[in-house]
Design a protein around this ligand. Structure first.
Ligand code: C2E
Ligand code: MG
Ligand code: MG
Length: 397
């Protein structure tokens, strides 16, 4: 979809000489008809004031594909050409579309013909499975009974530990415990699926205490070995507010003789903080008993500045979406900088999660962030690997 006749003629010449099969469409409605049956591999559209359909294209493709027999057809790759729109704005639109499972590429105004051709050649030379297909993963078939069984079968629901580092010194500071579930039929279940299933069936607190128990065992072993590392575990607002939450955690830790300051509880953003008094009571109790309290995923969902100003956190964990984009996106960088300033002003420890690139690491370090976590530093590790590899993990290489 291009608005400019001269550009269309130019594309015609180039695509014909590259022997590619294509057609022009003038409206999204016309495109919808072509998309039916999944015969279209790539859709190219300019995004400009003259062609506002371009910006609507990802949302429309998602809608067409949802209508076209749930998950059966291959989704086309979408190529958005920069017209009279700022490049950064278009990149952000593409990122939001990709979060929705669409394959969206962006080509700059300058040299856009060669940019499009490069993408088309890449797609044509990729094996068909490289095309975006909606995956059937079977998670939807998981039931309450599956999770109940998983929680009571030793080893089925386990934790992995992702190391966290002090950025100034490169020394290991601790780890975050993340839930993992290996289901016999479905295979490895993503944390977010496990957590959502637990919430849906009122098993959020059972999952939390299962994870806390596994974490306490690791901390006990570390404490016996004289290791002063801290481990963070995740909790949603509704679980934190359950009446027996804090007494049970204190009891479990006390019985093992564990030092409360080795555990940080991260409040995740997934549940609304409906009852602020309840949250304030639970977090204050945790802090009074010496546990750490972290505001996780700051800047997205329910993890808001309002909560930060009112609840007794000692750590601010900036959401990975800002950290991952900061090196390339000035808007994300600005939010990251102000979150770091906020944590300094409030006397909180700052943590950047989602550090994936050396540029990202250099940026958060130069901005004064204290702790870092991300695939670049270390992926989440099985407990045995974490403990066995401690000498190597102790310092960033
Ligand atoms: P989270 O607490 O923000 O945890 C960080 C997530 O980011 C983890 O995904 C981790 O594997 C992933 N991650 C780490 N480094 C990178 C990186 O460099 N790039 C990217 N793109 N991702 C990175 P995971 O394990 O899938 O967990 C997802 C979310 O599920 C967690 O986000 C947390 O909200 C929730 N979750 C995980 N374990 C538990 C749990 O035991 N209880 C509860 N309530 N929620 C949990
Ligand atoms: Mg977390
Ligand atoms: Mg997080």
């Amino acid at each position: 979809m291009l608005a400019d006749r001269a550009a269309i003629r130019h594309f015609d010449r180039v695509l014909a000489s590259a022997c590619m099969e294509y057609c022009w469409v003038e409206s999204l409605a016309q495109l919808g008809a072509s998309l039916q049956g999944g015969a279209v591999g790539v859709v190219v559209a300019e995004v400009s004031g003259l062609n506002a359909d371009g910006i609507r294209l990802p949302a429309c493709v998602r809608q067409f594909c949802e209508r076209d027999g749930e998950g059966e057809g291959a989704q086309p790759v979408i190529v958005l050409l920069q017209g009279d729109i700022a490049y950064g704005t278009l990149v952000r639109h593409a990122e939001i579309s990709r979060d929705q499972g669409l394959d969206v590429r962006v080509v700059r105004r300058e040299g856009r013909m060669s940019g499009v051709l490069e993408i088309l050649r890449g797609i044509l030379s990729a094996p068909p499975k490289g095309r975006t297909k909606r995956r059937h993963n079977g998670y939807g078939s998981l039931k309450e009974s599956d999770l109940r069984r998983g929680l009571s079968s030793p080893g089925e629901v386990r934790i992995v530990l992702q190391p966290q580092y002090e950025l100034a010194s490169g020394l290991l500071a601790g780890a975050e415990a993340l839930v993992r579930w290996r289901h016999e039929r479905v295979g490895e279940v993503p944390a977010i699926v496990t957590v959502t299933l637990a919430h849906r069936h009122g098993l959020g607190d059972a999952l939390f205490h299962h994870v806390a128990g596994l974490t306490a065992s690791v901390l006990a072993r570390l404490q016996r070995a004289g290791e002063g590392l801290r481990i963070a575990i995740n909790v949603s607002a509704d679980v934190l507010c359950a009446p027996q939450f804090v007494p049970r955690l204190i009891g479990d830790f006390g019985r093992l003789g564990l030092d409360a300051k080795r555990l940080t509880v991260e409040l995740t953003e997934d549940m609304p903080a409906d009852d602020l008094l309840c949250l304030s009571t639970a977090l204050n109790l945790l802090r009074l008993h010496g546990f750490g309290a972290s505001m996780d995923d700051f800047g997205v969902g329910n993890s808001t500045p309002e909560l930060l100003t009112r609840l007794p956190f000692d750590e601010l964990k900036i959401d990975s979406r800002y950290v991952r984009r900061a090196a390339i996106d000035p808007a994300a960088r600005a939010v990251l900088a102000s979150a770091l300033q906020l944590s300094r002003d409030l006397g909180l420890r700052s943590v950047a999660e989602g550090i994936e690139t050396p540029e990202g690491l250099a940026l958060v370090t130069s901005m004064g962030c204290q702790i870092g976590q991300g695939f670049l530093l270390s992926p989440p590790l099985e407990v045995g690997e974490f403990q066995g590899e401690l000498p190597r993990l102790r310092r960033l290489s």
